[in-house]
Design a protein around this ligand. Sequence first.
Ligand code: SAH
Length: 354
Amino acid sequence: MEEMCGREVRKADIRSLSFEELSEELALMGEKPFRVGQVFSWLHEKQAADFSEMTDLSKSLREALARRFELTVLKPVDVLVSELDGTRKYLFGLPDGNVIESVWMEYHHGNSVCISTQVGCRMGCRFCASTLGGLVRNLSPGEMLEQVYRMGRLTGKRVSNVVLMGSGEPLDNYENVVRFIRLAADVRGLNLSARNITLSTCGLPEEIRRLAGEGLPVTLALSLHAPNDEKRRELMPVARRYSLREVLPACDFYFERTGRRVSFEYSLVGGVNDAREEAEELAALLSGRNCHVNLIPVNPVKERKYVRSGRRAILDFKNVLEKNEINATIRREMGRDIDGACGQLRRSYQKAHS
Ligand code: SAH
């Protein structure tokens, strides 16, 4: 830790720096330009866990880097492995003692990781466990990348898709999330196409519009969960701030600017938002849009009273959408035997350690 006015300050996280920023830093340290590529590759291609691993750098440079920067590494604290489908839920420890969840999922088309963007969340969705303790802090780009890198390393497999659907609201941590996407898509690093990154949001219209202008073709998923404002406000406090009349045009704008079809997520809660009339209303709301609806049977959270819709209700809901020419799928439930939607693993860990 560097000392400043007698107080400890955190050093900059080297994994959060863009290639250009790293170039500037190394230039300030008097290093030759070719070193930048070497260091960047250690950070993002070889995904080093310590400066001492960077063996083609001189010992003095490794030491200088360690004095100047933090190299964030996540510590696996717990892992639950599904015997049904290979899904793995990791609980990772951060350097400051907080814990976050990340999920590894294997599909026919490749391996997908679901990562957290914040420690906790302040959006308050009624059915979600991540929000129960409020927001603790934002995650840095390096901490988001490390979730992806660590899971790739722990499984020994290639990551082909990243979904920002773990704990946190990505657009409430806008700058860091956009930096994360640029770093993950960097050809000198993980080289993941932005098309293979899905960002899920509870619906912050201004940030959706801003994201549309970043030149990043990420897939946008909107957490809709209700066919009208009244019902949406019951489930999602953010809907009191932004009505669908603001959120949906922002999604349309995103589609127009990026050409990327928007996905709408709809968690089905038994007796709350799963009636036939609600499916009809949803179809009318989305009619004429080139979109996709993802139906998610709600994962009951102990602290809340909500229950999952019955099998029949789920199928009926989907049929109504399809009859109205709205493309819909029922999300395949991954890792059903290891339980836990957003934030549930972290929450049970906190309870056991408090
Ligand atoms: N904050 C972002 C991303 C995190 S959650 C968002 O709101 O989109 C990813 C998705 O899982 C969201 O659609 C969220 O509403 C949903 N979700 C959270 N908890 C859930 C639960 N217990 N059951 C079903 N879906 C849930």
